[in-house]
Design a protein around this ligand. Structure first.
Ligand code: AHG
Ligand code: MN
Ligand code: MN
Ligand code: MN
Length: 329
């Protein structure tokens, strides 16, 4: 079962679909295949290291950041199915010219985990897909929608194998690239995240700046008071890899707010929303410290939010701690 056949099957259940989504997805898949091959030969092809530019996030762009961004922008525009593109690497949104314009808005992080490129640790691409709100000329409002309006979301992880995890709103499925075929094959059908996990995933280096509930929660992970054994800490530093492990093994991934960054670090449109969409579709949940992540309504395309996502029961615990703080406030 290839990803194209899988999506065609799914779309055939939607009477209104005319193949546009499948065409869009096939172009995203093409982009992933291209980036996968570039990542695999990055070390040899001198594709590692800095590009000599800085992006809107104030981050030094790596050569692969720039290459991946170019690939996805070109692939998405040439699909003829998109009208607005938002990328982590571009300050402004891209409005597709009318002759190539379609009805989908795509928000994406072309290369997630850039700090891990040069040492060969897993990195990835994250994407989310909205439908334009209505068919007059597209505006930024068409992408400043709550995450719950996304039609689809997914990521591709470039690691020991190239794995694409996708949800189009009816569950989560994982596909692995068979390099000999050049096709993504269904390898992880109907992924469901364990209800509770034994792993917590956070950058403990920020502990000095965390707020009360986060500090209490991590303390509980390390020194449980209910007689259970402490959770293990696993933190890779690429959101795609940390989320992929959380999805398959269970547990919780958190990038909390801290005194230095009151909105946390991760970007709402193309990191928080797609990963939250996948978590909910897999039976988990995703919380910002104040609300369900998918209910957030972004006002800027590079807006950030704190995020706590993963196993349903684990996220419930952090929600209870924030609720208790609210009550005592
Ligand atoms: P990106 O490489 O796309 O800028 O994203 C990096 C993000 C995310 O992948 C990861 O979870 C987080 O940065 C790690 O941040 P710290 O190094 O501050 O822990
Ligand atoms: Mn970045
Ligand atoms: Mn990222
Ligand atoms: Mn990135």
């Amino acid at each position: 079962m290839t990803i194209t056949r899988f999506v065609l099957n799914e779309q055939s259940k939607r009477p209104e679909s005319r193949g546009d989504f499948t065409i869009l997805l096939s172009h995203i898949v093409l982009g992933c295949k291209f980036v996968c091959s570039a990542v695999n030969k990055a070390g040899l092809a001198k594709l590692i290291g800095l590009a000599g530019e800085t992006n809107i996030q104030g981050e030094e762009q790596k050569k692969l950041d720039v290459l991946s961004n170019d690939v996805f922008i070109k692939a998405l525009i040439s699909s003829g199915r998109t009208c607005i593109l938002v990328s982590e690497e571009d300050e402004e949104a891209t409005f597709v010219e009318p002759s190539l314009r379609g009805k989908y808005c795509v928000v994406f992080d072309p290369l997630d985990g850039s700090s891990n490129i040069d040492c060969g640790v897993s990195i990835g691409t994250i994407f989310g897909i909205y439908m334009v709100k209505d068919n007059h000329a597209p505006t930024l409002d068409d992408v400043l929608q709550p995450g719950k309006n996304m039609l689809a979301a997914g990521y591709c992880m470039y690691g020991s194998s190239c794995t694409l995890v996708l949800s189009t709103g009816s569950g989560v499925n994982g596909f692995t690239l068979d390099p000999s075929l050049g096709e993504f094959i269904l390898t992880h059908p109907d992924i469901k995240i364990p209800k509770k996990g034994k792993i917590y995933s956070v950058n403990e280096g920020n502990a000095k700046n965390w707020d009360g509930p986060t500090t209490k929660y991590v303390e509980k992970c390390k020194f449980p008071t209910d007689g259970s054994s402490p959770k293990s800490l696993r933190y890779i530093g690429s959101m795609v890899a940390d989320v992929h492990r959380t999805l398959l093994y269970g547990g919780i991934f958190l990038y909390p707010a801290d005194k230095k960054s009151p909105n946390g670090k991760l970007r709402v449109l193309y990191e928080v929303f797609p990963m939250s969409f996948l978590m909910e579709q897999a039976g988990g949940q995703s919380f910002t410290g104040k609300q369900r992540a998918l209910d957030l309504i972004p006002t800027k395309i590079h807006e950030r939010s704190p995020i706590f996502l993963g196993s349903y029961d684990d996220v419930e615990e952090i929600k209870a701690l924030y609720a208790a703080e609210q009550k005592n406030a």
